[in-house]
Design a protein around this ligand. Structure first.
Ligand code: 3HC
Length: 333
């Protein structure tokens, strides 16, 4: 212990060394060079990335639940196949993202424990119920549409493993968005009852989708620093506005009405102005009081407990393989 202490750089030296590394890190980020797992990075960069990527992974995994609920009730075989593939894709996205988060030094077990223990956040949007088949259309169209708007810029995130994971995720999200929009096209051209169902789904999902982009910029704790580090390329409000601008014409094509009497095109800004978001509702959902928070966490905990035997079996197999390799090496030596 004493020897280690003697070998350690004096605190002034360490400070200078860190300042040097920090300057090199900042220069790399400024020059659009990717930061990779073995590169030096400030502790705060590592921490905020672990936070964001793991929350993102949790969102993908919890996000399987509202839609998984409709797999057995999809109206046709084609719809069932598409929904099944979509829900499996979300699971895959969770896995890529947990793997990306692990490159920052936290184990998957730790991250999952944070979710199951209620310490880690996941996207507010997955705490709303899917009441009718039209909700599956609205989720694909709006939730996946909002996810793409937020995630395309993440393909240019400064951290390599996250940026690369997002490229594939975005390709799949684009299929998800299209299958959802196609459901909405079918319903809105169907019977009066189907059209009413589509309108009702839009009414219920629109405002929670706007909340997905996070709090307004003035209240975004991490926004400025994450933008400086090129983790985020656009602010929460910028992405929210882009989403509104892209989605209003899509709703018009469907012949549906946006549930916002204040929505109007602003000729001066060339953007759609929209009404006030209920940030109290957002805060309540984040605090665990959304319509489905308890059900979602109960379902995740049950799935985790039910899967314990799979993890144990995989661990036993890995231990056996390791022991076999060690025995083979001992014989060869
Ligand atoms: N739901 C839950 N928490 C949210 C939230 C939301 N919609 N929006 C923001 N928050 C949380 C933040 O995580 C942060 O909490 P923390 O300090 O405890 O970590 C707090 O609110 C303040 O927000 P900030 O604006 O300061 O946070 P960020 O700068 O990290 O921005 C973000 C928030 C825009 C969500 C950003 O983290 C991000 O882009 N994340 C990656 C994308 C992501 O996670 N998307 C989730 C949906 S995934 C999905 O939709 C799957 C698809 O298949 C449908």
């Amino acid at each position: 212990m004493y020897t280690q202490a003697l070998n350690a750089p004096q605190s002034d030296e360490r400070h200078l060394e860190d300042a040097d590394k920090s300057a090199r890190f900042e220069a790399r980020v400024a020059n659009e060079q990717r930061i990779e797992p073995n590169d030096w990075m400030p502790a705060a960069y590592r921490k905020t990335l672990t936070r964001q990527i793991s929350q993102h992974a949790h969102s993908e995994i919890v996000g399987m639940l509202p839609e998984g609920n409709w797999i057995t009730r999809a109206p046709t075989l084609r719809r069932k196949a598409a929904l099944l593939a979509k829900v499996q894709d979300e699971c895959g996205h969770g896995l890529y993202l947990y793997a990306a988060a692990e490159t920052l030094g936290s184990s998957r077990e730790e991250l999952v424990d944070q979710l199951l223990g209620g310490k880690a956040k996941y996207s507010s949007i997955f705490n709303y119920p899917t009441l009718t088949w039209a909700d599956i259309g609205a989720i694909g169209w709006l939730v996946d549409g909002a996810a793409i708007m937020n995630q395309i810029p993440l393909c240019r995130c400064s951290y390599g493993p996250y940026a690369r994971a997002m490229i594939r995720v975005c390709k799949e999200e684009s299929f998800h968005q299209r299958q959802g929009y196609e459901i909405m096209v079918t319903l809105s051209r169907g019977t009066d009852e189907q059209k009413a169902m589509a309108q009702d789904a839009l009414n219920r999902w629109w405002w929670p989708c706007l909340m997905m982009f996070g709090p307004p910029d003035q209240q975004s704790q991490h926004g400025n620093q994450s933008t400086r580090w090129k983790i985020k390329r656009f602010s929460n409000d910028e992405l929210r506005q882009k989403f509104v601008d892209a989605t209003v014409p899509q709703a018009r094509y469907l012949g549906l009405t946006m549930p916002d009497p204040e929505l109007r095109f602003n000729d001066a800004t060339q953007h759609w102005d929209f009404g006030a978001i209920d940030w109290q509702e957002f805060a309540d959902v984040l605090a665990g009081f959304g319509p489905c928070n308890r059900d979602r966490m109960a379902a995740r905990r049950k799935a985790h407990d039910d899967g314990a035997w799979v993890r144990e079996a995989a661990q036993a197999y890995a231990d056996k393989e390791r022991a076999r390799r060690a025995a083979d090496n001992a014989v060869a030596a």
